[in-house]
Ligand binder design. Structure first.
Ligand code: AMP
Length: 281
């Protein structure tokens, strides 16, 4: 595996690969890799001749009050994991090169960014779309793989690729969970002591909401929400950011009853840790 830090060098590598008619699969990450990330790498290996993974904690997708400064980092461990899986190129740019002085261009994907996380984290998806478009121009992938744990992010990036005529296939991959059901996340490292156990109410709530949908057809969003909330022990430490039932393709709120392909999406604070999870019914 080659580790590339320079943007120009990564672009040169990509150009050479294109000349050799090699296809490129790309997995962007913010590092502190876990099995969820690694599942994307395994898929990438099956999809193209060459796999590029990036490690970059993107400052523009964090609001000033969010956890950019304390976001977990383990570059050495991450590179070892990528190498072990047979990644060809690890792209590890630095923030000064990605956002040099005078940087002023932002990508806004309008509708898909409005609800759910876009509603409670204004500007977040602008930061995501901007960095991913930059990475796409640098890496020039044929296919890019994103986890459906960040379901809305996947839809936002699919809309961006379609609207801007990008020649990249945006693939979504299933959520990878811990044995006890918690969706894997780099932020799970923040869950110390009892918080780890408390966090399980999120997948439990979603499971209960899914079970309610399956047990009785034609439930309303309010009934599904009630099934979810029964599992959530709201306290000073456990604060719901949102729970929504939306169309799984458009993210428009469910009107009246559950239809086919409804996304149940939730974000929950356990202490200062913000967790997200979802299920499609
Ligand atoms: P992040 O490093 O959190 O920005 O995530 C990088 C990529 O890994 C994104 O496409 C995420 O959706 C994906 N990802 C993160 N956690 C999981 C998970 N538990 N299962 C599947 N994909 C995941």
């Amino acid at each position: 595996m080659k580790t590339v830090t320079s943007i120009r060098q990564m672009q040169n590598v990509a150009t050479e690969l294109k000349l050799k008619r090699k296809t490129i699969a790309f997995v962007p990450t913010m590092g502190y890799l876990h099995e969820g990330h690694l599942s994307l790498i395994r898929l990438a290996k099956m999809r193209a001749d060459v796999v590029v993974a990036s490690l970059f904690i993107n400052p523009t997708q964090f609001a000033p009050h969010e956890d950019l400064a304390r976001y977990p980092r383990d570059k050495k461990g991450d590179l070892a994991k990528l190498k072990k899986l047979g990644v060809d190129f690890a792209f590890v740019p630095n923030a000064k090169d990605m956002y040099p002085e005078g940087f002023q261009t932002l990508v806004e994907v309008r509708e898909a960014s409005l609800s759910l996380c876009g509603n409670t984290r204004p500007g977040h998806f602008q930061g995501v779309a901007t960095v991913v478009l930059k990475l796409f121009h640098i890496v020039t992938p044929d296919v890019a793989i994103f986890g459906k744990k960040d379901y809305q992010q996947w839809l936002v990036l699919k809309a961006m690729a379609r609207d801007l005529n990008l020649r990249v296939n945006i693939m979504g991959a299933p959520i990878v969970r811990e044995k006890d059901g918690l969706a894997m996340s780099s932020r799970n490292a923040y869950l110390l002591g009892k918080d780890r156990e408390i966090a399980l109410c999120l997948p439990r709530g979603l499971k209960a909401a899914v079970a309610a949908c399956r047990a009785k057809s034609g439930l309303t969003a309010a009934e599904i929400r009630a099934a979810f909330m029964r599992e959530i022990p709201l306290t000073e430490r456990v604060v719901l950011d949102y729970f929504e039932c939306v169309d799984a393709n458009t993210l428009k709120p469910l009107t009246e009853h559950v239809k086919q392909r409804t996304l149940l999406a939730a974000a929950l604070f356990v202490g200062t840790t913000r967790l997200i999870d979802n299920a499609v019914v």
